[in-house]
Write a protein of this length. Structure first.
Length: 202
């Protein structure tokens, strides 16, 4: 069984072009041009209109495929949906449509299930680095000055104050895997934790 904090990840469905480009260039090592192709294609897929961005793709492009389909014009329901998008299908999936190493890294950093503040206490180093770049704080000094009996940040430090940063776990993914021989059976659920005033889970 595993428990992962979805609120420790960046909410990909609400990220703007600047944040997407920073993620693609700084964390996933794409060049300037490819990063903008990827961000434009994603934003075209999830926005509500059929107006194509420069370097993007809308239903007009996807309807030429075999079989044809339309852009969702809605938030991603799953990161695996990215294999339907131009450019993304070639860079995050192999020729058989299976997720590659870049996809695995992206999956550790972003979520489609949560759109609130990122929990600084459980965010991976790559996410902290991006938040630091965006908001101008030093991620290496984020936890400096904490008391020995303080296991995690309670308020957001003044240097890291922003609309994107928080200190609470707001959405957890619990996954249970059971095997019968070589066949895995996987059950996954999203849980919104509730905490009492004393700070214990309800």
């Amino acid at each position: 069984m595993s428990v992962r904090d979805e609120s420790a990840k960046l909410p990909i469905n609400t990220m703007q072009a600047e944040g997407l480009n920073r993620l693609l260039e700084e964390s996933l090592d794409f060049d300037f041009g490819t990063a903008r192709e990827l961000s434009s294609t994603l934003l075209d897929w999830i926005d509500e209109d059929d107006n194509r961005r420069l370097n993007g793709a809308e239903s007009e492009e996807y309807l030429r495929r075999n079989p044809p389909y339309r852009a969702a014009n809605a938030p991603l329901q799953s990161l695996h949906e990215l294999r339907l998008l131009e450019v993304w299908e070639e860079t995050f999936f192999d020729e058989n449509g299976r997720p590659n190493e870049r996809f695995a890294k992206l999956q550790r950093m972003v979520t489609v299930d949560y759109s609130g503040r990122v929990n600084l206490n459980s965010a991976p180093p790559e996410v902290l680095e991006l938040l630091a770049l965006e908001n101008g704080f030093d991620e290496d000094a984020l936890f400096d000055g904490m008391e020995r009996d303080q296991p995690y940040l309670t308020p957001v430090p003044p240097s890291a104050q922003s609309d994107a940063a928080g200190v609470e776990s707001s959405l957890l993914r619990v996954t249970v895997t059971v095997r019968r021989g070589d066949v895995p059976f996987i059950l996954s659920a999203l849980i919104e934790p509730s905490f009492s005033e004393e700070g214990s889970a309800a």
